[in-house]
Design a protein around this ligand. Structure first.
Ligand code: NCD
Length: 307
């Protein structure tokens, strides 16, 4: 693997190998000194053209725990403000001598373009409404840790703003590659115009699916990407698709709830459910660091032992 641009870059075996490697890095992150020398001398740049809290900090923590040097590029204080193009920006950064670039960009396909312009390994940290592969990897890792029998036959409902969600696109690919049965649940206006080729079924009624699922994966309503009114009001959305405490009570006893964050508390998920015992949200964030260590190690490591 030279780059990680899409979950499609990995087959089931590749996914499972990355998850197994992530488990070894979870062990590292639990040590008194959670750091290994694996990427000493390598430089990892985070190039974020869109806002981010957890993804950027998680990648930077992962790089540091592998002893790589890190550089952070923030659009707001860069020459992008003077009109510098994406191509010139990445070629300038590459001239400093770097090994990997972690890219978040508002345009689908930007990480792939960058991979054609420079030699460094490129990791897609979210491109427009296209993909967010490391989010999907941390999601399957989190689920696999809770289900020792694996994801085969696991019934997962992905609920909400699928149309604008790069997380949903990557998750559908990863969940189904590992054998899960995925149902998309949303009003028709929040689904992509075509679902051709998506290995999913669709339901417009959350209350109908609630009693028959193992995992409810909620998506953020992405108001910043919606350029027209796609539902009457947030209150109306919550009344039909929000995971309230009353709806959570109708889930099977051992069902689990996930969300990639950031959450709109009180819209797609109530605070009570988000902070309650069925929620894996904090585990997802914690596992994100180990998954990103595994990705950077696979792309840049010598192939030797983890530590
Ligand atoms: C997601 C993203 O930016 O795509 N957040 C994340 O990386 N955890 C989801 C979102 O913004 O809703």
């Amino acid at each position: 693997m030279r780059h990680l641009l899409s979950i499609d870059d990995l087959d089931r075996t590749g996914l499972e190998q990355l998850l197994d490697l992530s488990e070894r890095f979870i062990e590292v992150t639990h040590r008194d000194i959670p750091k290994v020398p694996a990427l000493r001398g390598k430089t990892v740049v985070s190039l974020f053209y869109e806002d981010s809290t957890r993804t950027r900090l998680s990648f930077e923590t992962a790089a540091k725990r592998l002893s790589a040097d890190t550089m952070t590029f923030t659009v707001g204080s860069s020459s992008v403000k003077k009109g510098e193009s994406l191509r010139d920006t990445v070629q300038t950064i590459e001239a400093m001598g770097i090994d990997a670039v972690v890219v978040r960009h508002g345009s689908a396909g930007a990480p792939k373009r960058i991979s054609e312009w420079i030699d460094a390994a490129i990791v897609n940290a979210g491109d427009g409404c296209h993909e967010h592969p490391t989010q999907a990897l941390l999601d399957v890792l989190t689920l696999r840790r809770r289900r020792p029998s694996g994801l085969d036959g696991c019934r997962i409902a992905i609920v909400g703003d699928v149309r604008h969600s790069r997380v949903a696109r990557s998750d559908v690919l990863a969940f189904s590659a590992l054998g899960a049965e995925v149902t998309l649940v949303a009003p028709p206006t929040l689904l992509p115009e075509s679902l051709e080729g998506w290995p999913v079924s669709v339901c417009y009624d959350l209350d109908e699916v609630l009693p028959n699922i193992d995992v409810l994966y909620l998506l953020r309503i992405q108001l910043e990407r919606q350029h027209e009114a796609l539902f009457p009001s947030l209150r109306e959305y919550t009344s039909r698709y929000g995971l309230t405490a009353a709806r959570a009570a109708r889930l099977p006893a051992d069902a689990l709830v996930m969300h990639p964050g950031p959450m709109n508390r009180g819209v797609e998920i109530s605070a009570e459910v988000a902070d309650g015992p069925v929620s894996l949200i904090a585990e997802q964030v914690a596992n994100g660091v180990a998954v990103r260590m595994a990705v950077l190690y696979t792309l840049l490591g010598s192939g030797g032992p983890v530590a």
